[in-house]
Design a protein around this ligand. Structure first.
Ligand code: FCB
Length: 461
């Protein structure tokens, strides 16, 4: 089994996780600056102030991508570099950085895949309510237009949002991500305003970017394994809450009845205005799917302690508003350093199911990869066999679903570099290239060499 020539192999990163240079060239503060500088929010008090210093090492990092044979690079644009206070004044120096990045990719024959929002909301907008505020969606559309005007002649694929599930539920309900709020209603408002932002931004982009540009959104669709007699009921609930609220409006033009039902005690969704759903549902060229692991769910019996092994950080507040009767059971080993189970079959099941429901919707895996506690051996190398094995098995899953006729057109390995893993700080290494956080030196791991050979040979053997 081979990957055809038109299948795209890339790697992915995100602005706050790698760039550093947070005070440079007119960048405004984002909610992640505020959050990471708030004691107790990020492990060991780590921040993205320096991160991988990618902002200053752009050319060397681009050269590294060439060495690894990457065909595409999925990066994100930091909204506060472009529009430092979220709306209004535009910062030319910020645009210049991404323009250099895009040119640098094209010069090297690498396809630019740009994400407009990978979680670094300008703090000024959070001060006005953040994603609970409808005006944030409008500000996002204006920012998308500015980015599109500046880069739209060169960017191949535009992705509006990365994992709006995390932005809404981890940011506003469990509070383990910025802005760290724990208000169930706010999370559901955020869901809708993120959906609206996606639709509004697509409308703007269409007007300003090259006509052959591709449009997408990246979702972290959850795969829930039902356990026992109540498993299916539990699965339906969390599926409606996590997957239905995005797939429904974006691809089908409505919030599923089940999503409204599950959240009924929290909101009547009256913040959805006339015309919103038409705006949100727009054709996209490619659906981005991020996949790491699966979870096991059942209904809680109300007696024993409710198990909450959902893999999304420790908080006394729930990431699942309206699903208090669902429990997340521990998953079976093996696990990665994140504690996430390794279940390539989950990726296969997910892509097959999406292909069944949306047969005309092309897809790409926009993130997949694994954190392991890497060791630098005496030869100076990083023999990260577990990471290679993880990626190999998930690429095998992609080949399997393609055999079944599912239209998956690309794969982006998370991540190019070790980086700031949100509330885990620098403790989790996802890179195929090691970053020494003392010297900022980059060292390709064995997995990087292996990945380069896969790209070259178009096969896993
Ligand atoms: C995803 C995020 C990405 C990274 C990986 C491990 O949820 O999109 O930024 O943190 O997980």
């Amino acid at each position: 089994m081979q990957f055809p020539a038109e299948f795209v192999f890339g790697s992915a990163t995100a602005s706050y996780q790698i760039e550093g240079a947070v005070h440079e060239d007119g960048r405004g503060p984002s909610i992640w600056d505020t959050f990471s500088h708030t004691p107790g929010k990020v492990l060991d008090g780590d921040t993205g102030d320096v991160a991988d210093d990618h902002y200053h090492r752009l050319d060397a990092d681009l050269d590294l991508m060439v060495d690894l044979g990457l065909e595409a690079y999925r990066f994100s644009i930091a909204w506060p570099r472009i529009v430092p206070t979220g709306r209004g004044e535009v910062n030319p120096a910020g645009l210049a950085f991404y323009s250099r990045l895009v040119d640098g990719l094209l010069d090297r024959g690498i396809r630019p895949v740009a994400t407009l929002y990978h979680w670094d909301l300008p703090q000024a907008l959070e001060d006005e309510g953040g994603w609970t505020n409808r005006a944030t969606a409008e500000a996002f559309a204006a920012y998308a237009r500015v980015a599109g005007e500046a880069l739209g002649d060169r960017v191949h694929t535009w992705t509006t949002l990365n994992e709006p599930w995390c932005s809404a539920y981890l940011g506003y309900s469990s509070g383990v991500h910025a802005p760290g709020r724990t208000e169930p209603l706010a999370a559901l408002q955020a869901v809708h305003h993120l959906n609206l932002a996606h639709g509004l931004a697509l409308r703007e982009l269409h007007q300003v970017v090259r006509p052959d540009a591709q449009f997408s959104v990246t979702l972290n669709l959850h795969v829930f394994r039902p356990v026992g007699p109540t498993g299916e009921a539990a699965r339906a609930t969390v599926d409606a809450l996590a997957n239905g609220v995005f797939l429904g409006p974006m691809l089908e033009g409505a919030y599923p009845a089940e999503s409204l039902e599950v959240t009924r005690a929290i909101t009547d969704w009256s913040f959805v205005q006339d015309g919103d759903l038409e705006l949100i549902r727009q054709p996209i060229d490619v659906l981005g799917v991020n996949y790491y692991s699966t979870s096991r769910v059942a209904l809680w019996d109300g007696v024993g302690e409710r198990q909450r092994a959902d893999g999304h950080g420790a908080s006394s507040a729930t990431a699942w508003p309206g699903a208090d009767d669902v429990e997340f059971l521990p998953t079976d080993p093996p696990h990665t350093d994140m504690g996430w189970n390794i279940d390539p079959q989950g990726l296969e099941d997910l892509l097959v199911e999406l292909g069944r429901r949306y047969p005309d919707q092309p897809m790409m895996v926009t993130e997949n990869g694994a954190a392991f506690p890497d060791v630098v051996t005496e030869d100076g190398r990083i023999h990260d066999a577990e990471r290679t094995d993880y990626v190999r098995r998930h690429l095998r899953a992609v080949l399997n679903v393609r055999e079944k006729g599912v239209d998956v057109r690309g794969y982006f390995l998370w991540s190019l570099l070790d980086n700031f893993e949100w509330s885990y700080g620098y403790s989790k290494r996802f890179g195929i290239v090691r970053v020494d956080y003392e010297t900022l030196e980059r060292t390709p791991k064995d997995s990087a060499r292996w990945y380069a050979s896969v790209v070259r040979n178009r096969s896993l053997d």
